[in-house]
Design a protein around this ligand. Structure first.
Ligand SMILES: NC(=O)c1ccc[n+]([C@@H]2O[C@H](COP(=O)([O-])OP(=O)(O)OC[C@H]3O[C@@H](n4cnc5c(N)ncnc54)[C@H](OP(=O)(O)O)[C@@H]3O)[C@@H](O)[C@H]2O)c1
Length: 321
């Protein structure tokens, strides 16, 4: 099969190659998937470049996310799953068979049935962003009737955070940096949508305070805004590191009686990941999750696809094997 691989860390153009390798066979408890679309996330270039290195055992096919059709099952997996359309999560975690290839193999539970009518593009956009959004939103309980602020509401995680929170019955506000991103966040269901650079951002969000959840990706840059909207029932959940770690204003955090939580998908307990996959699929079935604008690259241009994500592409970047 044709696959993108790397066997050492470094710049995309230097270490990513597209080669012919043996098609993998599914082992016990695994399924093999003919990949229709492979979703690219920041973690893929960070792992490959060494910015946040992850161990490579011989070689690595990159990309956790994807969608496709099961064409073979391993021992212990229901043979009736053959032919099922699925979305994939964390395919490249702890094993070499990521989704940037014509086929991949994953544990059967990481290939989740796609509801009828859901596109491969949307299926391949879910894994890292929607699972992260789910953990940020629900690690501290249900959201029915709650208020949520999503920072960076036009980002991939932000997009699914808005949609999953709305689906769970929350009122959702978002911050963005300009009108085009505001439109994306609004379309996902956020209201109000506020420019986080406005001097009066806190004033524009005040009607939702005190918030129950703040899904945050720039804790240092946004903490003053977050604390202005926080109270004893607020959890600020941060899922991204900034170039420089912030200094925590302990007194201001104490004054707000706020709770801080951090999320890294690789370390989320497995039962929570399985619950996230089930809840995301239920939201898909209800039509509550939508595609972001998509940019497609052929497999031969996998390096350019990862570079586009690193450069901050708006929407989802997909590789089509
Ligand atoms: N912890 C985890 O497990 C986990 C999982 C997924 C992603 N991540 C990390 O989370 C980050 C985002 O991932 P993604 O896939 O959602 O990326 P993305 O699609 O590029 O979205 C990032 C968004 O954040 C916005 N943003 C940047 N600075 C901001 C600020 N100060 N306040 C509000 N919004 C801001 C960006 O727009 P503007 O710059 O125009 O504001 C952009 O819309 C990446 O660093 C990624 O590595 C971590």
């Amino acid at each position: 099969m044709k696959a993108a691989v790397y066997d050492r860390l470094g710049p995309a153009a230097e270490v990513l190659r597209v080669v012919e390798i043996d098609r993998p066979e599914p082992g016990p408890g695994q399924v093999r998937v003919r990949v229709e679309a492979s979703g690219v996330n920041p973690t893929d270039w960070k792992s490959r470049s060494g910015a946040t290195p992850r161990p490579v055992d011989g070689f690595q096919v990159p990309h956790h996310d994807g969608a496709g059709v099961i064409d073979a099952v391993g021992e212990g997996v229901d043979a009736a799953r053959t032919g099922q359309r699925v979305w994939l999560w964390m395919a490249a975690a702890g094993q070499p068979w990521g989704t940037a290839a014509e086929w991949c193999v994953v544990p059967a539970e990481q290939a989740v049935p796609l509801p009828d009518g859901v596109s491969a593009e949307l299926g391949a956009s879910l894994g890292v962003p929607a699972m992260t959004a789910h953990r940020c939103l629900f690690a501290d309980g249900p959201l029915e009737g709650c208020s949520v602020l999503v920072a960076g509401g036009a980002g991939a995680v932000g997009h699914f955070a808005i949609e999953l929170a709305r689906h769970a019955g929350a009122r959702v506000a978002a911050t963005v940096s300009g009108p085009a991103k505001a439109e994306l966040a609004r379309r996902a269901g956020a209201d109000p949508v506020v420019n986080y650079r406005d001097d009066d951002a806190a004033g524009q969000l005040r009607s939702l305070a005190p918030l129950d959840r703040i899904v945050e990706l720039a804790l240092g840059a946004n903490l003053a805004l977050d604390l202005a909207l926080a109270g004893p029932a607020t959890t600020i959940v941060d899922y991204a590191a900034e170039p420089q770690d912030p200094v925590l204003p302990v007194r201001a955090c104490m004054n707000a009686n706020v709770t801080l939580r951090f999320v890294l998908l690789y370390g989320v307990p497995r039962p929570a990941l399985l619950q996230a996959a089930a809840d995301i699929t239920a939201a898909l079935s209800d039509g509550a999750l939508t595609e972001l604008p998509v940019t497609r690259f052929p497999l031969d241009q996998v390096a350019q696809a990862q570079e586009a994500v690193q450069a901050g592409a708006v929407g989802k970047v997909l590789v089509i094997p």
